[in-house]
Design a protein around this ligand. Structure first.
Ligand SMILES: [Zn+2]
Ligand SMILES: [Zn+2]
Length: 363
């Protein structure tokens, strides 16, 4: 398949943090870079792209100016950006605009043909709304990148596929009534954050049929996750035929992650990366932008992202060393969970896939 891949990295990513005891630790991004470097994944350092921070005007394609100003002020003097888990501290604003800038630069690089694929580990801040921070997310980098692709490059069909353990609620809300395909596979139920993401949230107006949620119960394992991905995400992408695929690759569904109680492993994530990468070549000339997201077990996050990057970049990495990054355990779902997931997949397939087919045909 081939094609070049960029890894976006800037030390300002480390400024996007909420304190030493907070679960979100940006050092995982540097750990991933260092691991890949030691594996010889980069062609010299030419695959490592140093991004520029985004400007306020570009941020304003998604976010309100008063909200941007509020983040800047709170970041300087300290305070809470949401109801409790997203505190502002010095440097947060700089880190946040760099995280967005990296996704925007990755999108521009792909649109201009500089490279085919790109990974911004600091992106994927999918809980951010136009005027509200939430769940460790300040600005929605993916949404800003979508606006840049639409307005500066005239790209019409964009798909955002989100595999984070949590529902991509901010992204869903921003594009709910627009012709952007948004797919999210996430844990749902038992008051799991953020509480949205049911199968019947399918989009409105121009967005009708273009929002697909696969709500999964706690304890869902690799096999079921892959079954959901293959049964829903792949056929939806095939019928939408996007010009670019943006994938939120949050890895807090990993079985070692402290926040989500899902049972995914590096093997499941590797297969999702392989399938999506292949599909990007089949459907959109390789245009494939991957961003980070959740991932609160630092070691599991570093290993999973390194494996994912080695797959999308097809870097000639020593197989033995790559094997050492994989998990050896593989948790399995119990019978109840399995039946529940199979039901959900069937429900989403029967509701969402024909609806998407129909709205595309009559668009
Ligand atoms: Zn490729
Ligand atoms: Zn998450």
């Amino acid at each position: 398949m081939g094609g070049s891949t960029a890894f976006l990295y800037h030390d300002d990513f480390l400024k996007y943090q909420f304190g030493p005891h907070h679960p979100f630790q940006p050092v995982r991004e540097k750990m991933t870079l260092d691991t890949l470097r030691s594996l010889g994944a980069f062609d010299g350092d030419s695959d490592i792209v140093v991004p520029r921070s985004t400007d306020v005007e570009t941020l304003m394609t998604v976010h309100f100016d008063w909200y941007i100003e509020r983040v800047r002020e709170l970041s300087a003097k300290g305070g809470l950006l949401d109801q409790g888990d997203t505190p502002a501290s010095p440097g947060l604003y700089e880190g946040a605009v760099m995280a967005v800038g990296a996704t925007v630069d990755a999108a521009r690089g792909i649109a201009e043909g500089e490279f085919d694929h790109a990974f911004n580990p600091a992106g994927g801040l999918h809980h951010a709304y136009p005027a509200r921070a939430s769940g460790f997310c300040v600005f929605n980098d993916m949404a800003v990148a979508v606006r840049v692709l639409q307005r500066e490059y005239g790209i019409g069909r964009i798909a955002v596929i989100d595999i984070d353990a949590h529902h991509g609620d901010g992204t869903q809300a921003i594009f709910y009534d627009e012709d952007v395909l948004t797919i999210s596979l996430h844990r749902f139920g038992d008051r799991f954050f953020p509480g949205s993401g049911e199968a019947d949230e399918t989009g409105e107006l121009e967005g009708a049929g273009r929002n697909i949620n696969v709500p999964l119960p706690g304890g869902t394992d690799d096999n079921l996750f892959l079954h959901a991905f293959r049964s829903v995400a792949i056929p939806a992408l095939q019928s939408y035929r996007p010009d670019i695929i943006i994938q939120q690759f949050g890895v807090d569904g990993h079985y070692r992650d402290p926040l989500a109680d899902l049972g995914y492993t590096t093997r499941g994530y590797a297969e999702v990366a392989r399938l999506t990468h292949e599909l990007a070549h089949e459907l959109c000339e390789g245009r494939y932008l991957v961003v980070g997201g959740g991932g609160y077990d630092l070691d599991a996050t570093m290993r999973t992202w390194s494996i994912m990057y080695s797959i999308m970049s097809e870097a000639p990495i020593d197989r033995q060393r790559l094997m050492e990054l994989h998990d050896w355990d593989s948790p399995l779902s119990d019978r109840n969970t399995t039946l529940k997931v199979l039901d959900t997949i069937e429900e989403v397939k029967q509701r969402s896939l024909p609806l998407l087919e129909m709205v595309i045909r009559y668009a």
